[in-house]
Design a protein around this ligand. Sequence first.
Ligand code: AMP
Length: 113
Amino acid sequence: MSSTLFEKIINREIPADIIYEDELSIVIKDIQPQAPTHLLIIPKKVIPKLSDGLEEDKETLGHMMLVAGKVADLLNLDDTFRIVINNGAKAGQSVFHLHLHLLSGRSLNWPPG
Ligand code: AMP
């Protein structure tokens, strides 16, 4: 049985708008988009949060970054996007299965709130 929400999506137990998948990762559209393009890049390995990543997760973590660039290319995001990782509840993390947010399609302020 799957436990995290994203495992359920990976295992097709609940639906999602999947835009890319490979052996290590899946990319879906965020259900509550905060920008015209808002994707979630999710490793198939369950790492609850970035700070739980281990040396042995190096390939998975690097792969997520490469996938972010790849989907930005696929979607013609004009090399203009922001990657966000919320690490821990106080930083805004609500799903404890590591994921990158990819946001694009509008002006993005700095610093973020
Ligand atoms: P975070 O708050 O950083 O853990 O991000 C979790 C993200 O998952 C939020 O942006 C949610 O909108 C998104 N989310 C929650 N449930 C779903 C779902 N069923 N399909 C797609 N995205 C989801």
